[in-house]
Design a protein around this ligand. Structure first.
Ligand SMILES: *[C@@H]1O[C@H](CO)[C@@H](O)[C@H](O)[C@H]1NC(C)=O
Length: 202
């Protein structure tokens, strides 16, 4: 073998056996399954906020003593990855997959989200002010833009219910509700009676 090949292999081995320290950020929706993908394949223990919730012995995951995770922690013997099914909101937190001897560790920060519901667009009394509201969803950004792409607000994420007002002129407007697991939108077309010169945000 050439020396450069040997060096590459050694570099690879040291790269996968050292934990990077930064957790992998994962976003999932309520009711779905999350899989903890790891670079090394001999991960046999899964911890949630420090408690063991999965322990693989003889190729099988032993039932967890932690009530809320019962029947939901799985280990795939061909991929050797842990997964958690039927996610609940309070499964959000810190997960750690590690090898039996604790030498290989992968950390994950999971956030479980409620998907956004479809936004509703309504005209306020002045006719040219639009209200977009969304009833359900966590970490929702609610944004308004014109159909030609012009963005009218720069929202920061909030938990629903949230609403956003915008004053518009003639044209088609799209309200989009978005979070890391879902996107929904609604639109409205305004006629010539809305002629104000500027867009005003409230
Ligand atoms: C294990 O993972 C493989 C590859 O992703 C998949 O085809 C298989 O269905 C999985 N097995 C189980 C029991 O989920």
């Amino acid at each position: 073998m050439e020396r450069s090949t040997v060096a590459l292999i050694l570099l690879y081995i040291s790269a996968v056996s050292v934990s990077s320290g930064q957790p992998v950020l994962l976003d999932s929706a309520e009711g779905e399954t999350v899989t903890f993908h790891t670079a090394v394949r001999n991960m046999q223990i899964l911890l949630y906020n420090g408690d063991v919730i999965g322990d693989v012995t003889d190729g099988k995951v032993k039932p967890t003593r932690i009530e809320r995770f019962k029947g939901r922690v799985h280990w795939n013997s061909s991929t050797e990855f842990f997964s958690i099914t039927d996610l609940k909101m309070d499964d959000s937190g810190k997960y750690k997959a590690q090898s039996d001897d604790g030498r290989a560790v992968s950390e994950f920060q999971l956030t479980v989200h409620t998907p956004v519901s479809k936004p509703d667009v309504l005209q306020e009394e002045d006719h040219c002010t639009l209200r977009c509201s969304v009833e359900r969803g966590t970490g929702v950004t609610l944004s308004w833009r014109r159909v030609d792409g012009q963005v009218l607000n720069r929202p920061s994420p909030k938990n629903a219910p949230v609403s956003q007002l915008v004053t518009v002129t003639e044209g088609t407007y799209i309200c989009e509700a978005k979070n890391p697991v879902s996107t929904e939108r609604d639109s409205i077309t305004m006629g010539k009676d809305c002629k104000s010169e500027f867009f005003t945000l409230h």
